[in-house]
Design a protein around this ligand. Structure first.
Ligand SMILES: Nc1nc2c(ncn2[C@@H]2O[C@H](COP(=O)(O)OP(=O)(O)OP(=O)(O)O)[C@@H](O)[C@H]2O)c(=O)[nH]1
Ligand SMILES: [Mg+2]
Length: 528
């Protein structure tokens, strides 16, 4: 009689009766192989689960916005505060970038001097599309700005003398240093080509063409002149590692010891690379150039405002053009290096209670910094998948400026269109939206100088021409775009007025933003 206690499974796996030793060995071999395969599968499943968990627990933040909106600057602030060791280790390798920024300003002045000495007319920044009359939200009256005619120079007394000619010659070695530094950082010919050759093939996120139809703005020429010297690198981390030692991989000076400094003191530091040495030798000449009233007049006449351009370090020559120069936090935050493609930064952020993940105080963050010019924007979309938060940078001081890559488009208009694309993108439906209305310091400066918002943004009407009122007005506009472009009109976005070159106030904002992102992340991952 069959026992009810008998385990049916046991019966199945029980060795057959009368098993020969050979049969037994064969069975055991097969069983061992089956166990090995089973263990392997279990292992793979475990690994996949761990990877998925890690991916889900990684906070992914995308920095978006047009070119020169402040994305990389925001990222630098973030890394400085939340990955301080890595930041400190990287500081010295930014020296070459800052030196290049400084040289760029000097060479822009030398170009202007050359143009003046050659009696070249001030070239207006034309695109060939000036007939397009389409109006959007913005108008382009810029009272008082008239392009200069080519005969404007001929009747005036010469501003420059032989002294300026001499200064130009003495500073000429900086052209070679510029080329050397770019090579060292790995700025490719392709990158430099991209500087001036942006097409309008891509709209905001690839969907929109330019419909501003506006005449060129006054500041465009000055921007164009400095922009043509702008550079970028394919992989910032690689470029910086090449310079990590500060002097290590950079070529030692070869000729400079025989040359006295422009202050006549002679060079005394043998352990310095050639670029730093040449720049230090040029210090006094750079100062003379920048403080010269006639040069100032030439720049003004040619509508070149270096102070307003990215990576402006001419007021810091005394500190930077030395052999001992080590960049400060502020310098690195203000340094300009155009982003190409998408650059990923992984950092570990320590988060004290109450947002602990599975008992650990550390969260993995992946921050993505993207190139903001129109030709770069098609590269953003693949990163929209599974992104925790977007920090969108909209420079609010740009209400009277044009895109460098398409001078028909007002920069503020471009930011609105881009924000609209982000808000309405299905892939980003669950993503936290954080808007930085950036460059408030420049907005204040511009309004103080008397630039009228309503002249460029007619709908602003007779509201006060003051920063708080402008920021509030723009915030409402951005919020209206969120409401109009999301399925549930109640989607929450977070708005901040920022000046991200101010590292102190930005720290306060970033602390709040970090908490918001983490809270939303934990909520969506069901950790809380
Ligand atoms: N005064 C001022 N300058 C700013 C501010 N934010 C950024 N900048 C400067 O503007 C320049 C451009 O900033 P980036 O952060 O490089 O701009 P980006 O958005 O990364 O630009 P792309 O890499 O071209 O897409 C830099 O020289 C910054 O120092 C700000 O709030 N105030
Ligand atoms: Mg950038």
């Amino acid at each position: 009689m069959k026992s009810f206690d008998e385990d049916p499974l046991d019966r199945l796996i029980r060795p057959p009766p009368n098993e020969t030793p050979e049969e037994r060995a064969d069975r055991e071999r097969k069983e061992a192989e089956a166990r090995r395969v089973s263990d392997e599968i279990d292992n793979d499943i475990r690994k996949e689960r761990a990877a998925l968990k890690k991916q889900q627990s990684t906070v992914r933040v995308l920095l978006l916005g047009q070119s020169e909106s402040g994305k990389s600057t925001t990222l630098k602030n973030f890394r400085m505060r939340f990955a301080p060791e890595e930041w400190q280790a990287e500081l010295v390798s930014w020296r070459a970038v800052i030196q290049l920024n400084l040289i760029r300003s000097v060479l822009s002045i030398l170009d202007a001097i050359k143009a003046e000495l050659d009696n070249e007319p001030n070239q207006p920044f034309l695109t060939g599309d000036e007939d397009d009359e389409t109006e959007f939200l913005f108008s382009d009256s810029e009272p008082g700005h008239e392009p200069q005619s080519s005969s404007a120079n001929s009747n005036t007394r010469p501003l420059l003398t032989g002294q300026h000619q001499l200064l130009k010659l003495r500073l000429a070695p900086l052209r070679r240093v510029e080329a050397d530094l770019k090579k060292q950082l790995g700025a490719s010919a392709e990158d430099e080509l991209a500087d001036g050759a942006a097409s309008d093939e891509y709209g905001t996120l690839g969907r929109f063409g330019g419909d501003g139809g506006l005449a060129p703005a006054g500041g465009a020429l000055s921007k164009k002149m400095t922009r043509s010297r702008e550079f970028s690198v394919r992989r910032l981390k690689d470029a910086l590692t090449r310079n990590t030692s500060g002097t290590g991989t950079r070529s030692p000076r070869s000729h400079s010891r025989s040359r006295p400094n422009s202050d006549g003191s002679g060079s005394d530091n043998d352990d310095v690379d050639e670029a730093t040495d040449v720049i230090a030798n040029c210090r006094e000449d750079i100062k003379t150039l920048w403080s010269d009233p006639a040069v100032g007049e030439v720049l003004k006449k040619r509508d070149i405002r270096l102070e307003d351009s990215a990576g402006f370090f001419l007021d810091d020559v005394d500190r930077i053009a030395t052999r001992e120069y080590v960049p400060s936090d502020d310098d690195v935050v203000r340094a300009r290096l155009r982003t190409m493609g998408v650059q990923e930064y992984k950092i570990k952020v320590y988060q004290p209670t109450p947002f602990l993940v599975a008992g650990s105080g550390i969260t993995d963050w992946s921050l993505y910094d993207v190139g903001g010019s129109r030709t770069c924007r098609h590269a953003w979309v693949p990163y929209f998948d599974n992104v925790t938060a977007i920090i969108f940078l909209a420079p609010v001081s740009c209400f009277d400026e044009r895109l460098l890559e398409d001078s028909r488009i007002n920069r503020l208009e471009d930011s609105f269109l881009l924000w609209r694309d982000v808000c309405s993108n299905k892939l980003l439906e669950k993503t936290s939206l954080i808007l930085f209305m950036n460059k408030c310091d420049l907005l204040k400066r511009k309004l103080k100088m008397g630039v009228q918002v309503k002249d460029h943004l007619p709908s602003y009407g007779d509201r006060p021409n003051e920063a708080p009122s402008v920021v509030k007005y723009l915030k409402d506009k951005f919020r209206d775009i969120v409401r109009a472009n999301t399925t549930d009109g109640g989607r929450v976005a977070y708005y901040y007025a920022t000046s991200v070159t101010d590292i102190k106030t930005t720290y306060a904002t970033l602390k709040t933003v970090k908490d918001i992102i983490l809270r939303d992340h934990l909520k969506s991952a069901d950790f809380v």
